[in-house]
Ligand binder design. Structure first.
Ligand SMILES: NC(=O)c1ccc[n+]([C@@H]2O[C@H](COP(=O)([O-])OP(=O)(O)OC[C@H]3O[C@@H](n4cnc5c(N)ncnc54)[C@H](OP(=O)(O)O)[C@@H]3O)[C@@H](O)[C@H]2O)c1
Length: 163
């Protein structure tokens, strides 16, 4: 099973200058809980945005075209086919965690979407590709808790592809 796990603002913004545009620990916790059920796939720039890579207790598949790229603790893949071949050796869910190029590459295969909507607008430069939500069914929707550490209203949504 392939999933997407991401957070976007009201304009589908997901990134700013190689980082997240917001600080929302509750979403980081949600991300961790979901992705710990399987392994993660990401683009090289998303890897660069992670403070102490790799993400622990998950196989980290990283896509790069750079043949000499090296990063301890990750599985480097130079194509989608190579990534899928590596990931198929386990029956765990493959959580695609961005960025844009990875979401675009897996849009036709993705089975589930874990979308956090942040009900705010931010400045940034990286946007989630458009998704045809008519192909998916909303199976869970939960309002996040706003508190002093999580000042942006947010909603956790889970979609399943209609078959
Ligand atoms: N809000 C969220 O949920 C979320 C999630 C993920 C990321 N982000 C944000 O998004 C930004 C990073 O994402 P991004 O979209 O700019 O970059 P990205 O997709 O993470 O990485 C792009 C890189 O992936 C490699 N790549 C892409 N397609 C490939 C292919 N077909 N074959 C081999 N390698 C391939 C290339 O690496 P090389 O250049 O090394 O060849 C490319 O430059 C950051 O700001 C990050 O914080 C946000």
């Amino acid at each position: 099973m392939i999933t997407f796990v991401w957070a976007e603002d009201q304009n589908r913004l997901i990134g700013r200058e190689g980082d997240l545009p917001w600080n929302l620990p509750a979403d980081m916790a949600f991300f961790k809980k979901v992705t710990l059920t399987g392994n993660v796939a990401m683009g090289r720039k998303t890897l660069d945005s992670i403070p102490n890579p790799p993400l622990k207790n998950r196989v980290n598949y990283v896509m790069t075209r750079n043949q000499s790229f090296d990063q301890p603790g990750v599985v480097i893949c130079h194509s989608k086919e190579e990534l899928l071949e590596a990931a198929e050796k386990t029956d765990k869910p493959l959580h695609v965690i961005g960025g844009v190029s990875l979401f675009e590459a897996f849009i036709d295969e993705v089975d589930m979407l874990y979308r956090t909507v942040i009900h705010d607008t931010f400045e940034g430069d990286t946007f989630m590709p458009e998704i045809d939500y008519t192909q998916f069914e909303l199976v869970e929707k939960r309002e996040g808790t706003v508190d002093s550490n999580n000042v942006h209203a947010h909603t956790f949504e889970i979609y399943k592809r209609k078959h």
